[in-house]
Design a protein around this ligand. Sequence first.
Ligand code: NAD
Length: 337
Amino acid sequence: MRGHVLVTGGAGYIGSHTCKALSAAGFVPVTYDNLSTGNRWAVRWGPLEIGDIGDTARLGEVLRRFEPVGIVHFAALALVGESVTDPALYYRQNMAGTMTVLDTARSVAQPPFVFSSTCAVYGTPTPGQRLGEDQATTPINPYGASKLMVERVLADYGTAYGLRSATLRYFNAAGADPDGEIGEFRANETHLIPNAIEALLGRKPALSVFGRDYPTADGTAIRDYIHVSDLAKAHVRALERLLVGADSFTCNLGTGVGLSIMDVIVGLERLSNSKVPFDYEDRRPGDPPELVAEPAKSREILGQNLTENSDSETILRTALDWHQSDFVGRLLSAPKP
Ligand SMILES: NC(=O)c1ccc[n+]([C@@H]2O[C@H](COP(=O)([O-])OP(=O)(O)OC[C@H]3O[C@@H](n4cnc5c(N)ncnc54)[C@H](O)[C@@H]3O)[C@@H](O)[C@H]2O)c1
């Protein structure tokens, strides 16, 4: 046993896959989660401690009891549109909430810290340009801004208090655990792939495709999808680097390959032999035409084989298998609490 790792948001999509990867690497993940968007059933590889990241007393008690060797911090709100209409909520949860975690940890032992950041810190890049970490950070919504503020806090805490941290700017997390044990499941789903699958399976009338006049080959927006199990592995490697004494670092987690919305639809139709019903709608404000990572720095810092599950076929196949599983069928037919 290599020690406990506190995983805030460990009941969520990326957090639960990371708990599985941490456990496989010999750590015991301790999930700290208020279950606002996460799922109790997704916590399978270590204890669940229910609590809010804003609750200093509860967090302090959990930190003192488990004495984690590291903290992986996922807990956040992540809906861009909601962040525009309710920025106070986003700055309080994502910025002030993270500061509560950092300050509580500092009052205990200040273990190394791995932070879920996002490509939303980059704002609207020039189409056709892969985004490196040195790209200007000019977020265009409060969600991205709240994450960038935390990045600044981490840098200043590093200088002043010696905190060592890894900032991981993810592009689009996608797919499901290849063993079928966990996957993406939210009450209020906004992500493309699960919504396309729900439409394909007839659980939703049609997928909304936002924008058909982007300056891309088929007119739909392009994103860089990275498999959630590859993201999970990257978190374990980032933590391991900090545990052997590495200085703080920031890197992108993406593949360097972009897929348009239409590529995703066609890929799902080919794999399933079914049609994805969809309607075109207007572009959403704040949706850039194209977001694709330059992944060279992440490979240099975190090693090779970081994206071995992130080809489009594996992403779409694992997501389809998950959404078609008996387990998800039972979740959907269970009475709503
Ligand atoms: N999904 C993506 O494509 C993506 C891309 C870039 C960055 N991110 C970041 O990754 C992280 C995880 O995203 P996800 O897709 O797994 O989301 P998710 O909603 O599935 O997981 C978030 C988890 O945090 C918990 N949580 C939220 N607020 C909390 C609070 N105040 N106290 C305690 N727990 C709280 C939720 O219950 C949930 O279990 C977030 O920080 C998000 O900003 C996600």
